[in-house]
Design a protein around this ligand. Structure first.
Ligand code: HEC
Length: 212
């Protein structure tokens, strides 16, 4: 019935369908890839692209003061890129040679804490007991729990005449830049904290000298 009606209305409908298909196929073949080109972010599983995320300069309710994370003040106990102003030092040691750089640092850097307070010593001891002792040992004898023949290479004792003779600036420099296998702690400890640790190392050295 339908065919009869259609046939009467358009007798050549079958041929027309073929012609339409022949014209439509190349158009579809061209348009589908173009559609994907026009929508480069079209993903079938788009969990990564579509996600809640904050944009710089945006205001979100994550923090009570509505300030976005990148503009927030440093969290206590972390070190922002840069230096803390009262102890800012022109620490520009461009010397590549490790020994020369350390000698230079020892000659030029002056410990800003001339007389350590009790709080300075306590902070230095706390940091040494948290970070340095893992390799250097509690008394800085180079026998920390992670060193051994199968694991981390043992550092030298900090009670050698050589280490005793290092200027404060050189010890600070070793913590800042690292030395051979010892990593840098510049991003873990503020410049001031590193000076506090220097004082604690000095105290350890003095205690050992007195004991011997
Ligand atoms: C991951 C292990 C490790 C940690 C943690 C570590 N050190 Fe070291 N340290 C070493 C090694 C290894 C050396 C020897 C580097 C070398 O071969 O020159 C060294 C060398 C040193 C030296 C130079 C000694 C010398 O005679 O030349 C000083 C000073 C020093 N460390 C201080 C510190 C202080 C202070 C800390 C804590 C902030 C610390 N280290 C944390 C592994 C460590």
């Amino acid at each position: 019935m339908l065919k009869q009606i259609l046939g009467r209305w358009n007798p050549g409908w079958k041929q027309a369908r073929w012609k339409a298909t022949l014209i439509a196929m190349p158009i579809i073949c061209l348009c589908v890839p173009l559609l994907f080109l026009a929508l480069p972010y079209l993903e079938i599983l788009n969990d990564m692209a579509v996600q809640p995320k904050g944009k710089a300069q945006g205001h979100y309710g994550w923090f009570s003061d509505q300030i976005i994370p990148v503009e927030r003040a440093a969290v206590a106990g972390t070190v922002p890129m840069g230096v803390d102003p009262p102890y800012a030092l022109e620490y520009v040691v461009t010397e590549k040679d490790e020994e020369k750089a350390a000698v230079y640092a020892g000659k030029t850097l002056v410990n800003p804490i001339a007389k350590p307070t009790r709080a300075d010593m306590r902070r230095g001891a706390e940091i040494f007991g948290r970070i340095c002792w893992t390799c250097h040992g509690k008394q800085a004898d180079g026998d920390g729990p992670i060193v051994g023949p199968d694991w981390f290479p043992a550092p030298p004792s900090l009670h050698t005449p050589q280490a005793n003779g290092y200027p404060d600036g050189r010890i600070w420099h070793v913590m800042t830049r690292g030395q051979n296998k010892m990593p840098s702690y510049a991003d873990t400890l503020t410049p001031l904290e590193r000076w506090q640790v220097v004082h604690f190392v000095r105290a350890l050295q003095l205690a050992k000298k007195k004991a011997n």
